[in-house]
Design a protein around this ligand. Structure first.
Ligand code: GLN
Length: 344
């Protein structure tokens, strides 16, 4: 049988994954949290309300390209607010840090993601992870017209995940049809001169970026790419300039989990971003990326199983950014026992 290099990559990853104690650990986490019945799937549009509360996948990708997965990691769902972190990085690449700073601040709000509030002194939205900041950030994406701006956005996500992405058109159309609150936020920012007057085009781009289809595996690769200084550890392609990774992940740490960001930083201590589709992407700088998918959300809009999984992994392997105590398990021993895919 002929096996090309790419097939060997996935073959070795899965063989190694089967043998690894980390894989057994993830299986146990899956069994522990699968029976959870708390939370409710997002239902502000019908397309999200049909999500099955039992869907659950955990994916971990290391910066040397090892993959460990359990559950529904290839099930597609809409990325929703997770897109905001990556679009922020793209806006900084398009305009530089200083200019983006004049349009979007980096202060946590403590308010819900869709709150209609701007900084009273500067008129800037508080941060790029709430809708106001995300719409202002989408406005900054360069391109000649709607098609080119969308194409550049999709290409950016392709670099992060290593595969092409589609938009879920029914979700996009529903977001657009029901998005009057986002429209109000955009007009308020236009009123203050914080965004350009191509409002419909920018809102379409924002609704489209939220409607991009990803799976749990993609979320882990995206996080691993940030953890790896902006280079996708599976494809070797650069997704973002390494100088800007810290901008993206610091805002993820302080603002990525909506108005539960403080509690998340305290308990989990990983830069992360959640979306109402049920995804969470979490970055352990220099080590790995985690992607969790499970649609039931808590009242703040974060995946309940997703939070629990990240809390456990953080605690058991000492992955909280500020951890200085000896962890229960040594990550190196658990995941780096086998060959890395780099060996191929
Ligand atoms: N598309 C959603 C909105 O703008 C994004 C929601 C989310 O994931 N928080 O309301």
């Amino acid at each position: 049988m002929m096996v090309d290099k790419n097939n060997l990559h996935s073959l070795t990853s899965s063989i190694q994954a089967v043998a690894s104690p980390f894989r057994s650990y993830l299986n146990e986490l899956y069994e522990k949290y699968q029976p959870l019945k708390e939370g409710a799937v997002a239902d502000y549009i019908p397309e999200l309300a049909i999500a099955n509360p039992d869907w659950f996948g955990i994916s971990v990708v290391t910066v040397d390209g090892q993959i460990f997965e359990v559950g529904d990691c290839s099930k597609l769902f809409t990325i929703q607010s997770i897109s905001k972190a990556f679009i922020y990085g793209m806006a900084i690449e398009d305009h530089g840090r200083d200019y983006v700073w004049t349009k979007v601040s980096v202060e946590p709000t403590g308010e819900a993601f869709n709150s209609i509030v701007l900084d009273e002194k500067t008129n800037r939205p508080y941060n790029p992870m709430v809708n106001a900041g995300a719409i202002a950030t989408a406005d900054l994406i360069k391109g000649n017209g709607a098609t080119e701006r969308l194409k550049r956005t999709l290409d950016m996500f392709r670099r992060y995940t290593g595969r092409e992405h589609d938009i879920n058109v029914p979700v996009f159309l529903s977001e657009k049809a029901t998005g009057n609150r986002n429209r109000a936020i955009a007009y308020l920012m236009l009123n203050f001169g914080m965004i350009s007057d191509r409002i419909d085009e920018t809102l379409d781009l924002y609704f489209q970026q939220c409607s991009i289809m990803v799976n749990g595996h993609d979320l882990a690769v995206m996080a691993a790419t940030l953890a790896n200084g902006g280079v996708n550890p599976i494809t070797g392609e650069r997704a973002i300039d390494e100088r800007y990774v810290q901008d993206v992940i610091s805002v993820m740490l302080t603002c990525g989990m909506y108005d539960a960001s403080g509690e998340w930083a305290y308990r989990v201590g990983m830069p992360a971003k959640s979306g109402v589709g049920g995804g969470i992407t979490a970055v352990v700088p220099g080590k790995l990326g985690i992607g969790v998918f499970s649609p039931p959300l808590d009242v703040k809009g974060n995946s309940i199983r997703g939070i629990k999984v990240c809390e456990d992994i953080s605690r058991d392997f000492g992955l909280h950014l500020f951890n200085v105590a000896k962890p229960k398990h040594n990550l190196k021993d658990w995941i780096e026992g086998g060959d890395s895919v780099d060996a191929w």
